[in-house]
Design a protein. Structure first.
Lengths: 290, 307
């Protein structure tokens, strides 16, 4: 394989991984910005999305139906958790909420193992994108191109939603100062639930589209949580733009790290994080640290 | 005071005597509890007293464990088993702490988490550390002429070290240093204003906790005879956090009790059902929601919590 096609194929792999990270980290960063908690169960929502997708594909026979429904299932689970377990804790130190989300990792991990078994379950890509195409001399599975296009499309939709609508303005206000937003007559409780459920649904969506690439297995959530957290730190807490930039950087760093430094590939993303934090402690697009 | 000292001495004697009347499996469980008890108590110094919730405490446990594994293979003595692992873990804590203590709260959680995962990444891929499989076949050391390969001497060694760790930590939290830590927990800005070099205190607490966690890690390697990268994985940090929460933060005895509850529950539940993780997750969620003071807090009631 010559250099250019190889490089291009890697870049596309990195891009599709980055897009998955974006869908995951955008919820993480908004939940963090608004509720002031690190949702450690966010990786579990990703895993739940993959398994919900698996079950729905088996049940309905359609990947596209699963793609539409699985995020709703995961978002619903997120809404229930926020209402029943997180809300009573808002008056307590933020740490209690972080710890609570850690408990859910075990809960969800075991429930999924119970229902689906602990083995790796592969998820077929939809018929429409089951082949591969050759771009610039590189052979790329067409499903990957779909993931990239879909993810970038979602980024545009989310940007429009958050920057251009009234709902988005409320969310941005809540991230900036939740108490003041409530003081302006906004029902902030409902916004909290909505943001948490929305973040969970996006993580679920990420899990469904990751399914055909990475398969589904119970510990997949604990593994992807760390890169997603690094994206949030690199991009800047609470920032949509930062989440997108961070995802693309970390996606490329990890993919090229695997190709060029196979012996130390897992270390690369930490080096990137350290470098960015060294020169810009608040992350690329973060607010100044208070 | 005298009553407490007598109770502690009695507990140590009973723990030391367990192999005389119990079978091999209960003794094994007890030894596991002792090791995780040391680890949990070291985290409680940070969490319960200094108010620094670290999600990367497994880094020091792992460093201690790996150093012991590497060193014991060539020289099975006290230096390899205790001194150097403690020193190595302490140095790592100094480096990680130097960067992490500048931030607090959730940022501190994320930084410590990322640092410990860095160690996981290195251990998982470095060939000289056995990569994924870790280091196996680590012999137990010979210390002061005692061959710790014999089960009874190893048991006494564990009990003695656990008691020593408890005493050291107890001394630390009762010292003026410990009171300053509690002051920082309550109101960091005020302690700063009163003139305490807050960051230096926090760093020292971080290093002490790291050293003791390193010893726990080394003991774990000696106990199992091997060490794998999983010792570094962030869920290991989460597990020890769980122990401290279940037992009760801010009470060293609570942390040890939490380790005991965790390991006993694990062995009990997994003998009845495969759904151990589910039960564990539920238990933990219920504790956070309804008994944030842990077992100790629930026993004492809300009023006595700070005593």
């Amino acid at each position: 394989m010559s250099f250019v096609p190889d490089f291009f194929a890697q870049a596309l792999n990195g891009l599709s991984y980055g897009v998955l990270l974006f869908l995951l980290s955008v919820g993480l960063t908004l939940i963090f910005g608004m509720l002031d908690i690190v949702n450690l169960a966010h990786g579990s929502f990703y895993m739940l999305g993959a398994y919900a997708g698996l079950a729905l594909i088996a049940g309905t026979g359609s990947f596209w139906l699963a793609l539409a429904l699985a995020p709703l299932v995961v978002g619903g689970i997120g809404a229930v958790i926020e209402r029943s377990c997180l809300r009573p804790l808002y008056r307590r130190p933020a740490l209690d909420q972080v710890l609570l989300t850690f408990g859910f990792i075990y809960l969800f991990g075991d429930v999924v193992k119970w229902i689906f078994g602990g083995r790796i379950r592969s998820i077929p890509s939809p018929d429409l994108f089951s082949g591969s195409v050759t771009v610039l001399g590189a052979t790329v599975p067409s499903y990957r191109l779909f993931v990239i296009a879909f993810g970038l499309g979602m980024a545009v939709v989310l940007w429009l939603l958050i920057e251009r609508t009234r709902l988005g303005a409320i969310v941005r206000a809540g991230v900036f100062d939740a108490e003041m937003t409530a003081g302006m007559g906004i029902n902030i409780d409902r916004v909290f639930t909505g943001v948490f459920a929305g973040g969970a649904a996006l993580a679920g969506l990420s899990g469904v589209i990751a399914g055909p690439i990475q398969s589904a297995y119970p510990p997949m959530g604990a593994g992807i949580l760390i890169p997603a957290l690094i994206v949030v730190v690199v991009g800047g807490l609470g920032s949509l733009k930062g989440s997108l930039a961070g995802s693309l950087i970390i996606g490329q760093a990890e993919t090229f790290g695997k190709a060029w430094f196979p012996g130390a590939s897992m270390l690369i993303i930490y080096v990137v994080m350290a470098l960015i934090l060294l020169f810009r402690p608040r992350g690329l697009f973060g607010r100044p640290l208070r | 005071m005298i009553f407490r000292a007598a109770a502690f001495a009695a507990l140590v004697i009973v723990l030391a005597a367990v192999p005389l009347f119990a079978g091999a499996y209960p003794v094994k469980l007890l030894e596991e509890i002792l090791i995780w008890g040391i680890f949990a108590m070291s985290l409680d110094l940070l969490m319960g007293y200094a108010g620094m919730v670290s999600f990367g405490h497994s880094a020091f446990f792992g460093v201690g464990g790996y150093l012991a594994a590497l060193l014991l293979k060539s020289a099975p003595g006290a230096a390899s088993a205790l001194l150097l692992p403690a020193l190595g873990a302490g140095l790592c804590a100094l480096a990680i702490g130097f960067f992490s203590i500048r931030v607090s709260g959730v940022y501190f959680i994320m930084l410590t988490l990322a640092f410990s995962q860095m160690f996981y990444a290195v251990a998982f891929q470095a060939a000289w550390l056995g990569a994924e499989d870790g280091i196996v076949g680590v012999p137990r050391p010979i210390i002061l002429g005692a061959d710790l390969g014999r089960p009874m001497s190893f048991h006494l060694y564990l009990v003695a070290l656990c008691a020593l760790a408890a005493l050291v930590l107890w001394r630390v939290v009762r010292s003026p240093f410990g009171h300053v830590l509690r002051g920082i927990h309550e109101n960091e800005a005020r302690m700063q204003a009163v003139g305490y070099p807050v960051n230096r205190y926090k760093l020292l607490a971080f290093v002490i906790a790291g050293i003791i966690a390193g010893v726990a890690g080394s003991l774990y390697t000696q106990f199992v005879g091997s060490i794998t990268p999983d010792a570094f994985f962030w869920t290991a940090s989460g597990e020890v956090l769980l122990m401290v929460i279940i037992g009760g933060t801010g009470t060293l005895g609570g942390a040890a009790l939490g380790a005991a509850a965790f390991i006993l529950l694990q062995s009990l539940v997994s003998s009845y059902t495969e759904r151990w993780m589910l039960i564990l997750g539920l238990t933990f969620i219920l504790f956070v929601l309804f008994a944030p003071g842990g077992i100790v807090g629930a026993l004492r009631g809300r009023i006595g919590l700070r005593a």
